[in-house]
Design a protein around this ligand. Structure first.
Ligand code: GAF
Length: 398
């Protein structure tokens, strides 16, 4: 496998032309507009967002497009170029517990915007995505944010940075309350607020757990001769499964045992004194991971990429041993990438499958891809997929 096996993001304008034609054929009307929102890969800061911590994601060039035409009868219809079937309902009937499957991420946003006081009309929506689904790269957030941007533009709403923060909050509610996945907020924030070429440092140390301070951290990867390579292990990962919710609950119990509002307020000495070994491990990951995010931001700013790579490796070990959210395929992808010349690698996203991210000298990408392919074949694992995570722009109209 060479670089030819990389998953391409597609050209937005070409994809939009096709989507508009499909929309017309399927729904019998030209779309009023097309929204686009990226998936993401988190560089470091895993399972820290819902603990009041720091995260450092980048937006992918791979994105979800949503075409939209308004209706005057209050109905909503949703279909996708990547899935069979049509979701159809009366908008007033959409809410927690009423929508099953992937359409909940789209319809849920209409409900959440309505909850924010936006007058949402009936709509026909058609979806096209190049974000790999269920790979820990936030295909769900990309869908939510593309719908949010499209609807907001349709009703003449606010797409300023402040407006985008409100949209991120609506998307989080859609995902938690309608789709039933208790997400922390990083994915929606980066999809709506990223800048090309930069990672987004987000601080969730706020009273209600929403995004507080944020800063774009210029990466200069190309200048440094480096690239971010993502490997999708194709081990199924789903946030609606139990593991993610279990970790949230364990972190909540650890914070309670430590007498703090969130693990952001915990210190390592207190954590090491926790009597329950499981809660000690969970809290140790979160406290260490928040420190690693700060360390990586400093190292990036200083151009010290060796330190960044070592932090990736330490983060992975922490998720494998203390937070216990890795799996054999992720461990293999990470170890093989480092052996084949990556400066560092780690699993990324919610865990229990999904993807890893490696920081690789640009001229070693092909060798790393080949080594990982070979290692997976030798171990009898399904062939993984790879993509280049060139830090890209936030959601917008096409
Ligand atoms: C998932 C969640 F949606 C995020 O909020 C975050 O908690 C992440 O897992 C783990 O860092 O992507």
């Amino acid at each position: 496998a060479g670089v030819t096996s990389l998953l391409e993001p597609g050209t937005t304008t070409d994809r939009a032309v096709r989507l508009r034609a499909e929309h017309r054929a399927r729904w019998g009307a030209d779309p009023a507009l097309v929204g686009r929102a990226p998936g993401r890969v988190n560089l470091i800061g895993e399972h820290t967002d819902y603990n009041g911590g720091l995260v450092l994601p980048v937006a992918l060039p791979h994105s979800t497009l949503v075409s939209l035409s308004p209706r005057d009868d209050g109905r909503v219809r949703v279909a996708s170029l990547q899935a069979e079937g049509v979701f159809e309902a009366q908008l007033d009937d959409v809410g927690p517990g009423t929508v099953d499957g992937w359409a909940a991420y789209a319809a849920g946003v209409l409900w959440a915007l309505d909850e924010q006081g936006v007058t949402v009309p009936g709509v026909d929506l058609l979806v096209d995505s190049t974000v790999p689904l269920g790979a820990g790269l936030s295909s769900s957030a990309a869908l939510e944010c593309a719908v949010a941007v499209a609807v907001t533009a349709l009703v003449g709403g606010d797409l300023s940075p402040a407006g985008r923060r409100r949209l991120a909050a609506a998307c989080v509610r859609a995902e938690s309350e309608v789709a039933g996945a208790p997400t922390g907020g990083m994915d929606q924030a980066v999809s709506l607020l990223a800048e090309p070429g930069a990672a987004l440092l987000l601080d969730f140390d706020t009273a209600d757990g929403s995004v507080g301070d944020l800063r774009h951290v210029e990466l200069g990867l190309e200048r440094a001769g480096l690239a971010l390579l993502v490997t999708d292990t194709r081990v199924s990962h789903a946030l609606v499964d139990g593991g993610y919710g279990d970790r949230r609950a364990e972190c909540g119990r650890a914070a309670e045992a430590l007498g703090v509002d969130s693990l952001r307020r915990a210190d390592l000495a207190g954590v090491e004194a926790l009597p329950d070994p499981l809660l000690r491990r969970r809290a140790r990951h979160v406290v260490g991971e928040v420190q690693r995010v700060s360390g990586v931001v400093e190292a990036v700013t200083a151009g010290d990429w060796g330190t960044v790579g070592r932090a990736f490796v330490a983060s992975h070990a922490s998720m494998r041993d203390d937070f216990e959210i890795s799996c054999a395929e992720l461990d293999l992808a990470v170890a093989t990438a480092v052996e084949a010349g990556a400066l560092g690698a780690r699993m990324t996203g919610g865990g229990f499958g999904g993807s890893s991210v490696a920081l690789v000298p640009a001229d070693r990408v092909e060798a790393v891809v080949a080594a990982v392919q070979r290692a997976f074949a030798d171990a009898g694992h399904r062939a993984p997929l790879h993509l280049m995570a060139t830090p890209s722009a936030a959601a917008d109209l096409v």
